[in-house]
Design a protein around this ligand. Structure first.
Ligand code: HEA
Ligand code: HEM
Ligand SMILES: [Cu+2]
Length: 698
């Protein structure tokens, strides 16, 4: 009886599932590490709670952030989530590097623990670092670049964030309670079927990815509608900044690519929970169905990740070269071609799984075609810089490193796109080198460049440059040392997802890779220092005029930190890069003719409800605590329906206040010489003179 009751309440959860007790039940170095990680998560949570309580920040956190629908604040929360998860994901990468550095002697991790590490690392990096980072940047920047006051569906935006947080929470909880999947970030059956993995692992994977995936689909819808409907007068499609174009294409990809992932996850859930046989090798199932559906998501996913980074590089090369973006039209067409082509190549992920050679050839050629629009982009960026006066700054360092390293990674992709070559190197560390080569110098550097670039717009001061350069230098060195050796060991035959090896020739390469990983740790340290030093010295790097880089797009035509309503008066756009054109004509800061009241949406609890009950739903499903799952679904359903009956009066900002704030800012801009305002513009390298300070008459 008591046993039944315990099962009803706790499902299949037992004391043995608590990871911090692992080292007590089964003492070993491996379990000490596992328990240590669990305790670290618990301690981190406790420290956070203590700090918030000590400084009395709960109320502020709640009303200014958690229930806010302001797209900029939502964007910041996405990026904070991404950075926190990056810490965990990168440390896991380092632990794996340490294991393999000693892999000849077996290392210090069990095979199972190593498998959990690459599975959580891959899942976290893709879904809870890369995705929230780019979603955060899109959230912050797109409405500002198109002259909008907010996104089309602000509450939905908060819901998307809540669902993403729920997914991330599940992966964090798996460190403390139970095990995560050992099936990699792609969770191929039949290995993830209950016959092979009856435990909590694949369930954690599938619910965290499915729940966060719904959030991403909603984000895609939100930004497609926002970009279609909320553009300022005169902001035609072909006047939109490149970053907004890439955000549009990424959003379209999200809407078409995320549902296959959700479907793959739910079909796997049907297999695991209801004994279906979609992907088993028996009773008519076929795992190839999973491979096809998963990569129908998975390949477009890598372009979902890279396109916004391309957008960042476009903005940065133009701004810091002090030139119009070269080849705007070709960049737009290239972005759209990549988006379309990305749905035609998924099969290159399983060339070796038995289809006809002709089919492989067709997909191989389609894959190689993507090199063309990507190449167009690279040439456009180079042409933008050519004969520009490239000003040095942290975003530029990332952009230049990207251009060199990404081309190398792209070329290794073209190598893999040859089916006959892929048969040799599929699932070796050559592949692992390829994709980290795209994901770190491509995606992550783009995100870091954007983070350094747009930071002052939100917080009113620039990030410290010295620590920024140190971080960038460590990332570049760290990436190169950690991943270039993997091309070599990959060609030598070292397979991916392998805990140890017997060939002594591998070891020196892994030793070099270990040094690279240490540089990555240093880079993370430098990034933390950068935040600390920047906040400490913020008075010296105040962004007085709102345009610290002498930039070209609309988001820089407002004060920093930017007010909640974004624009005192919605601007009318008459050209591409209208702000740069206006500044050059001495009309960058016009007086407004009239001010009106501004209506902004009110805060909402919906995001928090989604985060809390989304997590509870996933947790209930993972542990078979059916009451918790049902309760969570009920709460979410009631909340959604009830919200439909609430009329949101929103917040009115009176015209007089808007006018006063705007005029005070204009006054300040006029008082300060451009050279002080655009401090970075004044600093140049290579002995090139600073660009002329811009005219200040309105
Ligand atoms: C942001 C991420 C990202 C990006 C942008 C890419 C871009 C590309 N990828 Fe990569 N890829 C991944 C992330 C990424 N990939 C991941 C994560 C996996 C593995 C998943 C897993 O199994 O876990 C993978 C796996 C993968 C495979 C599967 C291999 C295997 O499993 O055996 C293949 C095969 O064709 C491939 C090819 C390519 C190609 C051709 C490109 C092209 O888009 C590259 C285009 C760029 C250039 C070519 C450079 C610039 C161009 C020029 C300078 C012009 C001149 C050059 C030419 C015209 C050729 N990738
Ligand atoms: C910060 C430095 C990083 C280090 C040291 C690192 C290291 C590693 C290692 C050792 C593996 C396992 C390789 C194997 O299969 O043998 C791996 C896998 C992987 N990494 Fe990284 N990585 C880093 C950053 C990133 C980033 C930024 C991303 C994505 C944005 C990423 C995405 C992945 C993915 C998707 C896998 C595959 C997981 C799987 O096999 O299922 N990594 N990484
Ligand atoms: Cu692909």
């Amino acid at each position: 009886m008591t046993h039944d009751l315990t099962t009803a309440v706790f499902g299949r959860l037992t004391l043995q599932s608590l990871d911090f007790l692992k080292m007590v039940f089964h003492p070993s170095l491996n379990n000490v590490i596992a328990s240590g990680a669990a305790l670290a998560v618990l301690a981190g949570g406790a420290v956070l709670v203590a700090v918030l309580t000590y400084f009395g920040l709960w109320k502020k956190l709640w009303s200014d952030w958690l229930i806010s629908v302001d797209h900029k604040r939502i964007g910041v929360m996405y990026i904070v989530l991404a950075l926190v998860m990056l810490l965990r994901g990168a440390l896991e990468g380092v632990v794996m590097r340490a294991q393999q550095a000693d892999g000849l002697h077996g290392g210090f991790l069990s095979a199972d623990h190593f498998a959990q590490l690459f599975s959580t690392h891959g899942t976290i990096m893709i879904f809870f670092v890369a995705m929230p980072f780019l979603t955060g940047l899109i959230n912050i920047v797109v409405p500002l670049q198109i002259g909008a006051r907010d996104v089309s569906f602000p509450m939905l935006n908060s819901v998307s964030l809540g669902l993403t947080v729920a997914g991330a929470m599940l992966v964090m909880i798996s460190l403390v309670i139970g095990d995560f999947s050992t099936g990699g970030w792609t969770a191929y059956p039949p290995y993830t079927e209950p016959n092979f993995q009856p435990g909590s692992g694949p369930d954690y994977w599938l619910w965290s990815v499915a729940i966060a995936g719904v959030g991403s689909t909603l984000t895609g819808i939100n930004f497609i509608v926002t970009i279609y409907k909320e553009r300022a007068p005169g902001m035609t499609f072909f006047r939109m900044p490149m970053f907004t174009w890439t955000a549009l294409c990424t959003s379209i990809l999200l809407v078409f690519a995320m549902p296959p992932l959700t479907v793959a996850g739910l079909m796997l859930a049907a297999d695991r929970y209801f004994g279906f046989h979609f992907f088993t090798n028996a009773l008519g199932g076929n795992m190839m169905n999973f491979a096809n559906i998963l990569w129908l998501f998975g390949h477009p996913e890598v372009y979902i990740l890279i396109l916004p980074a391309f957008g960042v590089y476009s903005e940065i090369t133009a701004t810091f070269s002090g030139k119009r973006l070269y080849g705007y039209g070709s960049l737009v067409v290239a972005t759209m071609s990549i988006a379309v082509l990305s749905f035609t190549v998924w099969l290159h992920h399983f060339f070796t799984m038995g289809q006809d050679a002709d089919v492989n050839a067709a997909f191989g050629i389609a894959t190689m075609l993507i090199g063309i629009p990507t190449g167009v982009k690279v040439y456009d960026w180079m042409a933008t810089m050519y004969r520009g006066r490239l000003r040095f700054s942290v975003p530029v360092v990332y952009a230049l490193a990207f251009m060199v390293l990404f081309v190398l990674g792209g070329l290794s992709g073209i190598i893999l796109a040859n089916p006959s070559i892929d048969f040799q190197v599929h699932n070796t560390l050559f592949l692992v080198a390829h994709f980290h080569n795209m994901l770190i110098p491509g995606l992550l550097f783009g995100m870091f460049a954007g983070y350094n670039y747009w930071f002052p717009k939100l917080f009113g001061f620039r990030l410290n440059e010295k620590w920024g350069y140190i971080a960038a230098g460590c990332w570049i060195t760290g990436f190169t040392l950690a991943f270039m050796p993997l091309y070599v060991v990959g060609l030598m035959g070292m397979t991916r997802r392998t805990v140890a090896y017997t060939n002594p020739a591998f070891q020196p390469w892994f030793a070099i890779a270990m040094v690279g990983a240490l540089f990555v740790v240093a880079a993370l340290g430098a990034m933390i220092m950068q935040v600390y030093v920047s906040i400490r010295d913020r008075e010296q790097t105040r962004d007085i005029g709102g345009d610290p880089w002498d930039a070209r797009t609309l988001e820089w035509a407002s004060p920093s930190p930017i007010p909640a309503y974004n624009f005192a008066v919605v601007p009318t756009i008459n050209a591409r890069e209208a702000f740069a054109v206006a500044k050059a004509a001495g009309a960058g800061y016009p007086e407004a003719e009239a001010y009106g009241d501004i209506h902004l949406p009110g805060n909402t609890y919906m995001g928090v409800i989604m985060a809390v009950f989304g997590t509870a739903l996933g947790f209930g499903l993972v542990w078979y605590m059916w009451w918790l799952a049902l309760l969570s679904v009920a709460v979410i359903a009631v909340a959604v329906i009830a919200r439909g009956f609430v009329e949101d009066p929103g917040v009115i900002i009176p015209a007089a206040q808007v006018e006063a704030e705007h005029k005070a800012w204009l006054e300040q801009v006029r008082k300060t010489p451009a050279i002080t305002r655009a401090q970075e513009g004044a600093k140049t390298n290579y002995g090139v003179a600073a660009p002329e300070p811009m005219e200040l008459t309105a």
